[in-house]
Design a protein around this ligand. Structure first.
Ligand SMILES: Nc1nc2c(ncn2[C@@H]2O[C@H](COP(=O)(O)OP(=O)(O)OP(=O)(O)O)[C@@H](O)[C@H]2O)c(=O)[nH]1
Length: 209
């Protein structure tokens, strides 16, 4: 109780699970560590998937991020479906300097059939002189995936990388809010309802507070 006898409502922690998917060496760990610590670690020796927990305030709301930084050994190793089932949101990361990594995210998306919010991320945007994938190609693929798109440079950007994580988290929370109000959610479950949600998003199907 406060001194005026009014009990303040404690805001509960929302948990958001995010998986970072992409071909080897596109900068998945660099992006994850940039978000978690604001630091850039150039060489990150990483032999298996890593999971991190991180508490942060998003738009005044406390969020517990759980981040899965995946670690495929080769371009032939696509993420398993258990990742899409575990995650509330996915980053599909490629390097703008590596055409093969762009093809990898296309294959990863096809193999996963994710029913959760996605963000397509073109990393290493500081290396424009070595660019193999244009921003327009990224935008077209994101349209095809019906998801958000950003080019970033984990090596140089702190705020932009943070904002990309925050935007995906906002999408996850919007979906939850929508699903709570949705009859479809009760009928189909929140992940299947997402398909319908993402199509109807542009028709402003979101409920107001
Ligand atoms: N120039 C530049 N290099 C980057 C950037 N992000 C990562 N790198 C470099 O790319 C290499 C691979 O980065 P990682 O973060 O280990 O990539 P990863 O996708 O986690 O790699 P795996 O764990 O092997 O799948 C490292 O040498 C990084 O320093 C970036 O934004 N710009």
């Amino acid at each position: 109780m406060t001194s005026r006898g009014i009990r303040r409502k404690k805001s509960s922690l929302s948990e958001v699970k995010v998986a970072v998917i992409g071909a080897p060496s596109v900068g998945k760990s660099a992006l994850t560590v940039r978000f978690l610590t604001k630091r850039y670690i150039g060489e990150y020796d990483h032999q298996q998937d890593s999971k991190y927990k991180h508490e942060a305030l998003l738009d005044g709301e406390p969020i517990l991020f759980e981040i899965l930084d995946t670690c495929p050994k080769s371009l032939d190793e696509l993420p398993g479906n258990e990742i899409a089932q575990w995650a509330d949101g996915l980053f599909l990361v490629y390097s703008i300097t590596d055409r093969e990594s762009f093809n990898y995210v296309r294959r990863a998306k096809q193999s996963l059939h994710p029913d959760v919010p996605l963000t397509l991320v073109g990393n290493k945007a500081d290396m424009v002189h070595l660019r193999q994938v244009s921003p327009e190609e990224g935008e077209i693929l994101a349209k095809d995936f019906e998801c958000s798109f950003a080019e970033v440079a984990a090596a140089e950007q702190v705020n932009q990388v943070g904002e990309v994580f925050h935007e995906l988290c906002r999408d996850v929370l919007s979906l939850r809010k929508w699903a709570k109000h949705s009859l479809l959610d009760r009928m189909l479950g929140s992940k299947s309802a997402y398909r319908v949600y993402s199509r109807g998003k542009s028709d402003s199907a979101l409920p107001k507070d």
